[in-house]
Design a protein around this ligand. Structure first.
Ligand code: PLP
Length: 386
């Protein structure tokens, strides 16, 4: 049997994979089993921050593997402590909990928010307001947080206590807050899985101000938008707000599983012994990888990400077959006249990997994609949209 036949035989059928087996790569180029090369604008869905088998990243990972690969959270290890220190220094947040994925980072944020509210406002203050069209993960609780009904249908009963506001409508947030005992409001500044839908600045600022005035926690989900993706270290920084809890994962460790939940001044001491935990969370290899990734996301790189973003925007605005362009930095959604899935398939046939988000074509290139490769890939995409 081929790899693809064995996959169908032995792997649970949750993924509608493209008929493509990737065997290796370097930076923003990857090769399939027949040696065909592709420019990768997917990066494992915003995970491979510096592309495939980047040398700086590899060195950080292999040096840590040669020391110790895992020790459990019963003991202290250096990489996770250094990483937490870096994350706090660069965000102003106060404490970090490490886990392995975006859904887990959000689970931790939700647990933290509910415990904080129970202790500070009363146990009945358990409701979390999230936004319609959001995506927060696939565990039973993060599915409940996800404001898209079609994800809920076959998995009832979900965790109770989530209500969904209209993104962009502060009145809808306030109406839900008036009707429920609310612990937290949880938002993505750009809804990635929802089709690369940015929240406008006034709405995000209003939500932050309203949450602060009502003693409601503000959780920002930076799983997809974090770690340099939008041209800021975290996307909330583009809006000048200060969340109480931030969750992140995906690009943090540049291709190894790592999630983090960051707690601000209000919430830093919410967890005590035994309140939460994770066997793999804070794994030294993942944290060493993340230290190397974070160390390279400096002002210079962020300026490049923003400049490449402007280039992408200008390139597609008004292009034939492109109805609208949304995003910032290196997260973009193209509403295309042709079905997005068809455009993505046509791009693949011509050696460019991109993906869909709802009815959009989504682009998530590596933060360091060389300009010539980016331009070449965009040319292919443009021709496939027309
Ligand atoms: N939150 C957001 C905004 C996401 O985009 C995703 C995944 O796409 C998740 C949470 C879930 O992350 P994971 O798949 O690592 O559990």
């Amino acid at each position: 049997m081929t790899i693809q036949e064995k996959d169908k035989a032995y792997i649970a059928g949750t993924y509608n994979r493209f008929p493509l087996t990737i065997v290796s790569g370097k930076g923003s180029l990857v090769q399939d089993e027949n040696g065909k090369e592709y420019i990768d604008l997917c990066t494992g869905i915003a995970v491979n921050s510096f592309g495939v088998s980047d040398e700086v990243w590899q060195k950080a990972v292999t040096e840590q593997i040669a020391k110790v690969q895992h020790m459990s959270n019963l003991y202290y290890t250096e990489p996770c402590v250094k990483l937490a220190e870096q994350l706090c220094a660069r965000t102003g947040m106060k404490k970090v909990f490490f886990c392995n994925s975006g859904a887990e980072a959000n689970e931790c944020a939700i647990k933290g928010a509910r415990k904080w509210a129970a202790e500070n406002k009363g146990p009945e203050y358990s409701t979390i307001i999230t936004l319609k069209n959001s995506f927060h993960g696939r565990t039973i609780t993060t599915l409940a947080a996800t404001g898209q009904e079609h994800y809920h249908e076959l998995f009832q009963p979900l965790t109770a206590g989530f209500v969904y506001a209209d993104g962009g409508d502060i009145g809808s947030v306030k109406a839900l807050a008036a009707k429920n005992k609310v612990a937290a409001i949880m938002i993505e500044c750009i809804q990635g899985e929802g089709g690369v839908v940015p929240m406008d600045e006034a709405f995000v600022k209003d939500v932050a101000q309203f949450a602060a005035s009502e003693n409601i926690l503000l959780i920002v989900d930076e799983v997809q938008t974090g770690n340099g993706r939008t041209g800021a270290l975290y996307s909330y920084m583009n809006y000048g707000i200060a969340p109480d809890i931030v969750s992140t994962a995906k690009g943090l460790a540049g291709g190894l599983p790592l999630g983090a939940t960051l707690f601000g001044e209000k919430t830093e001491n919410v967890f005590g012994f035994g309140d939460h935990g994770s066997t793999f969370g804070g794994n030294p290899v993942s944290c060493a990888a993340a230290l190397s990734v974070l160390g390279r996301i400096d002002d210079g790189l962020l300026a490049e990400v923003r400049a490449k973003g402007e280039f992408i925007k200008k390139y597609f605005e008004g292009a034939a077959g492109v109805e609208s362009v949304s995003g910032t930095g290196l997260i973009w959604g193209l509403k295309t006249a042709k079905p997005a899935g068809e455009v993505v398939k046509a791009c693949m046939a011509q050696g460019v990997l991109c993906l869909t988000a709802k009815d959009r074509v989504r682009l998530l290139p590596a933060l360091n994609i060389p300009m010539d490769l980016l331009a070449k890939a965009l040319e292919v995409i443009k021709s496939c949209c027309a």
